[in-house]
Design a protein around this ligand. Structure first.
Ligand SMILES: Cc1ncc(COP(=O)(O)O)c(C=O)c1O
Length: 430
């Protein structure tokens, strides 16, 4: 090329959660039966869409209006419904103009970071969810900047680390949090959220809260929405129907904007996002239109409670088994549907590879050369046991570990996965 056409952020676009799938599929073609524990798609793992939700969607699909464009920011009726939903919590009050729809939160995240000034950084948690960390890193052209989640304190944010990084790095313009968290399953109590907002207030930052899993909080865990703690600080909450209906293939998510009018610069940034969306026209109509009908249905709270309870029981089942493996530590998740398996650093450094056919080992070798040790272990688990997980190093973390989901819907198959994981890890780390 006469001119270099490669964007500065190109090397930062990494999504380990899906990258490993290509390798796993190739191993399947080489005769290794594979169990996919990497992607957070409940439907793919056997959950049936609730019949009454399917009926609502089917009915919408039979109406011509569902095939039209919506307003750029999203369907008017749906945004009125959601604004009212937020306002009834009693925290920060919004109008339908403070809501903007995207084609899934993945789209919201890439738009948000694409139009954030390059020098303005958003500090996020480590371990980090890769869509967010990669988008932030790519927009800046540097590594994602992070604060620690503490595995010895149930993965709560290390607020001292967060404040120190904010204090000494004046490029930081925003704080990102994910509540409930992916990949740790941590749920932040209100006091923790208030402290994060207080840091944002004192250093004049905005708060970006990913609430994808806000409706999957396990019984007994206490938290709240950003709208209930944000006070007068500029903030954005990100919501999606992907994990809660669940309808991940609907590609439907939205942002809730708080206190836009209180900061001119923040207001201009939000206007940029809407102007950019206008160039795209709007997001897909039908999933948006289903929201007042599904979320407003009297059966929805019970539907959500049943799912949260189901994942809570699965979390206990997995943690009870996995925590018996020498050199392994798993914190009990309190929400979402993932858990992070932490492994002892020294044991991971010296892990014993599982036996595998020479042609499988030869295929995996280039993926493992020079890779972080937990990634090597995860790829060995892939070839040696047919278990597809995601290394923690793929989540912006230097703690050795990996993430699995709690999504397998077949009880016997799920138990067999935990037992196989236990057997394999005991051999590798023992
Ligand atoms: C924390 C988090 N944010 C955002 C997303 C993206 O969701 P969507 O399907 O709405 O793009 C995911 C998907 O796994 C997620 O885990």
């Amino acid at each position: 090329m006469r001119r270099n056409i490669v964007w500065e952020g190109a090397d930062q676009l990494r999504y380990e959660i899906r990258e490993i799938v290509g390798v796993a599929r190739h191993l399947e073609s080489m005769g290794i039966p594979m169990t996919y524990e990497n992607i957070g798609d409940p439907i793919q793992k056997g959950e049936e869409m609730a019949p009454w939700i399917r009926d609502i969607v089917t009915n919408l699909a039979s109406q011509s209006k569902s095939y039209a464009y919506t307003a750029t920011e999203g369907d008017y009726k749906t945004r009125d419904f959601l604004a009212d939903h937020v306002n009834r919590r009693g925290g920060c009050q919004i109008t339908s103009d403070d809501l903007v729809f995207f084609n899934g939160l993945g789209d919201a995240v890439s738009t948000l970071f694409a139009f954030l000034k390059r020098e303005a950084r958003v500090i996020g948690p480590s371990p980090a969810y890769s869509t967010l960390s990669s988008a932030e890193a790519a927009h800046s052209g540097y590594e994602h900047t992070t604060y620690k989640l503490d595995p010895d304190n149930n993965w709560m944010p290390d607020l001292e680390d967060l404040e120190n990084k904010v204090r000494y790095n004046d490029a930081i313009a925003g704080i990102l949090l994910i509540n409930p968290d992916n990949p740790t399953g941590a749920v932040y109590p209100k006091e923790v959220l208030l402290e994060i907002v207080d840091i944002a207030r004192r250093y004049d930052l905005f708060v970006l809260s990913d609430e994808t899993y806000a409706s999957i909080v396990y019984p007994g865990a206490e938290t709240c929405h950003l709208s209930e703690v944000i006070g007068e600080v500029p903030g954005i909450a990100m919501r999606s129907i992907s994990k809660e209906y669940p309808w991940p293939g609907g590609r439907c998510g939205w942002i809730e904007i708080f206190n836009r009018q209180r900061d001119e610069n923040f207001d201009r940034f939000i206007k940029t996002l809407i102007d950019a969306k206008r160039l795209e026209v709007c997001s897909t109509s039908l999933p948006q239109m289903s929201i007042p009908l599904v979320i407003g249905d009297p059966r929805y709270p019970e539907h959500l409670a049943r799912r949260a309870d189901k994942f809570s029981k699965r979390a206990v089942e997995a943690v009870d088994i996995l925590n018996t493996i020498p050199g392994v530590k798993v914190n009990l998740p309190k929400g979402a549907f993932y858990l992070t398996v932490l492994m002892d650093k020294d044991r991971v450094a010296d892990f014993r590879p599982l036996p595998m056919k020479p042609e499988i080992a030869a295929y995996l070798k280039p993926f493992m050369e020079g890779a972080p040790r937990d990634k090597q272990l995860v790829y060995n688990l892939l070839g040696g046991a047919g278990l597809c997980t995601v290394p923690l190093s793929g989540f912006c973390s230097d703690l050795p570990g990996f993430r699995v989901t709690l999504l397998e819907n077949d009880d016997a198959r799920r138990l067999a996965i935990w037992e196989k994981l236990k057997d394999s890890l005991s051999k590798m780390l023992g």
